[in-house]
Ligand binder design. Sequence first.
Ligand SMILES: *Cc1c(COP(=O)(O)O)cnc(C)c1O
Length: 407
Amino acid sequence: MSEPYHDYFGDFGGRYVAEVLRTPLDLLEAEFAAVLEDDGFRADFDRIAAQFIGRPTPLLFAENTTRALGGAQVYVKLEGLAHTGAHKINNAVGQVLLAKRMGKRRIIAETGAGQHGVATAAVCAKLGMPCRVYMGEVDIRRQKPNVFWMQMYGAEVVSVTSGSRTLKDAVNEALRDWAASFADTHYVIGSALGPSPYPDMVREFQSVVGRETERQIADAGIDVAALVACVGGGSNAIGFFAPWLERESPRLVGVEAGGTSDEVGAHAARMGGLGVPGIVQGYKSLFLLDDDGQVQPTHSISAGLDYPGIGPQLAALGQSGRVEFRRARDQEALAAVKHFASREGVVFALESAHGGAAALDIARELPSDKAVVVNMSGRGDKDLFIMAGELDRASWKEFLLSEGGRL
Ligand SMILES: *Cc1c(COP(=O)(O)O)cnc(C)c1O
């Protein structure tokens, strides 16, 4: 782990926090800088990655897809095979190990859809740390299965009833807790955003995905023209792209949630002119804001992409042109889930399927001696209810009603 430490990425990033949070962030920055140089820390991370996360995750040649498209070869990094079903656990392992090294005795986290909460709760169970997860009351109702799993792992899930009772309110509540508790508590942020050093830290811990992919590309002997990943806050994308950020090729393509249209409230695309510069929750980046600077509502079929802000490093990389941004609409993502399930026997998470949809489009435009690699950031099991509601509504309603009767 040797990437340089950044406070700002071009115009974006920084540490815009209340005075009380400066001390914990300074301490975290110093400890993070120390572990970058520490082989012992790296060895601990690698051991847990192998035994618990299930690393390395495979790089799959999507042979049937490639044959059907007649363009570039399509490869899929199966990050969804990581324990708890997505890339989020890489960051959770890194941060909880860091917290232990700092002598912290308690972990807090925020969660929206629940995936980051589940990953953090599982890691805390494994590493013997008490864990409290802040979650909006609305999200708790919508994401019942993830609440159940967090509690099964022994975490305390705290319902946040302020504001819109969703992710941003959960972040505020976690920050409030941390301001009072940092002497013995670490706050595990779930994406490559927030005040520095979080964007750097999360990229470093997620860069295991990119480093593995680089080796697997070399082993497969393929000529990669483009790497594609979905972008919510940006952690799977920045980790996947990390080894190539300072190089000119291949193309790096981030795919945002196009939702149902470009209307306010119908998407979560911050790049391509829809987002504006702002400072929200401790960092400067591009956000979906109204004329008064208030955060606008967002929509995506995927719970993990509907965040109003993008990680500061990706915002800067979009501005410099190193990362291209595209959008996939809800229905395109759903079509990509069906495509990869029926052709390759792999069910993408709805988030990852935004990348999958774009990868198919890009591969069609390229010659057959090139390859496109898409990061399947998560698997789709968690999206059963959403997908069933879209694809098979009537019979699922009947099933759920009959199950309800048995409870
Ligand atoms: C949370 C999540 C995302 C979005 O988060 P990033 O930080 O942008 O990676 C994407 N895919 C899956 C499967 C997720 O759980």
